[in-house]
Design a binder for this molecule. Structure first.
Ligand SMILES: NC(=O)c1ccc[n+]([C@@H]2O[C@H](COP(=O)([O-])OP(=O)(O)OC[C@H]3O[C@@H](n4cnc5c(N)ncnc54)[C@H](OP(=O)(O)O)[C@@H]3O)[C@@H](O)[C@H]2O)c1
Length: 283
């Protein structure tokens, strides 16, 4: 009896706050101009959510709005660079003025890395941390007052399996993704009694432009499609699994193919993991 209760307690999907759908939910998505973020816009639009789209390239955000059949009433383009989120409070205020609430923030925008530690400049490392870590923290802190006031809200963080183990050519990216787990797991504990929830998403390999856009040591784009990404899971399938994680109020989801096994192998067989990971190609 006790073990049954323990089992239920331990199950990830036994938490309250599940949602039937995203209809009329106000959802702010960063990195909405491409890849996983763009696919998330389409999934949220299908469910009649109200979507705020952020990224640097305004013209690409307009394209996504058009292709998702969104309009002025159910969408808002809020372009900015994640390396400077000093105006995060102002962005949140703009959304509140327009739609009156923020139900879900999806911290998705990010940039990967393809350079060895020794060749990565400090400036590039700091930029990668701004984009992949500090922006998520700053934007989340900007929406928190409104979510806490309303007693509800969800913060979604797109981490990576690189947030669970280090990998070749990913030192700073992996460090920033690891940092997200420490921060947002703490935030979850601090805010859950006030009605807020946090979902950590760890994609493996997803077919997007992530490797093309990854930073080299000098901060310039890597500009090459990794072979492992070319035949990977689609951004659309990934977005569907993220939405499912949101609706069923999961705390952490892993999305991708056989590369996800590495996370389990590291946890249960760390020595074997050490042997396997050394044989993987960085691309
Ligand atoms: N694809 C994968 O295999 C994979 C695996 C694990 C984790 N992830 C994570 O998934 C998230 C989405 O990546 P993706 O795969 O969809 O890659 P992507 O196609 O390169 O998309 C990245 C998005 O982030 C935005 N972005 C990048 N730098 C920015 C900046 N400085 N300021 C504002 N926006 C910026 C880009 O928009 P603009 O260029 O218009 O600014 C774009 O919308 C990232 O956090 C990534 O780390 C991806």
């Amino acid at each position: 009896m006790l073990s049954l209760r323990l089992l239920r307690f331990a199950r990830n999907d036994e938490h309250k706050n599940t949602m039937d759908d995203l209809k009329n939910k106000v959802i702010w998505i960063t990195g909405a101009s491409s890849g996983i973020g763009e696919a998330l816009v389409h999934e949220c639009a299908k469910q009649q959510a109200i979507i705020i789209l952020s990224a640097r390239r305004e013209s690409e955000l307009q394209r996504v709005v058009k292709q998702a059949n969104l309009n002025d009433k159910n969408s808002f383009i809020l372009p900015f660079d994640l390396t400077d989120t000093s105006k995060a409070n102002d962005y949140a205020q703009q959304i509140i003025s327009k739609f009156g609430k923020i139900d879900i923030l999806i911290n998705n925008g990010g940039q990967s890395q393809r350079s060895e530690s020794i060749e990565t400049s400090t400036a590039t490392e700091r930029t990668l941390f701004e984009i992949n870590y500090f922006s998520a923290v700053n934007l989340s802190k900007a929406v928190l007052p409104y979510m806490l006031k309303s007693g509800a809200g969800k913060i979604v963080v797109i981490s990576s399996i690189a947030g669970k183990f280090g990998f070749y050519l990913r030192s700073t990216y992996s460090a920033a993704k690891h940092a997200l787990h420490g921060y947002f797991e703490s935030l979850r504990l601090e805010t859950e009694k006030k009605g807020l929830t946090v979902l950590m998403v760890c994609p493996g390999k997803i077919k997007t432009n992530v490797s093309l856009n990854a930073a080299n040591g000098d901060g310039k784009s890597h500009n090459q499609m990794d072979a492992s990404h070319e035949n990977a899971m689609s951004a659309e399938a990934c977005a569907q699994q993220i939405i499912s994680g949101i609706l069923t109020n999961k705390e952490e989801v892993f999305i991708g193919g056989k590369e996800l096994l590495a996370v389990k192998i590291k946890r249960f067989f760390p020595n074997l993991f050490g042997k396997i990971i050394r044989k993987q190609s960085p691309y």
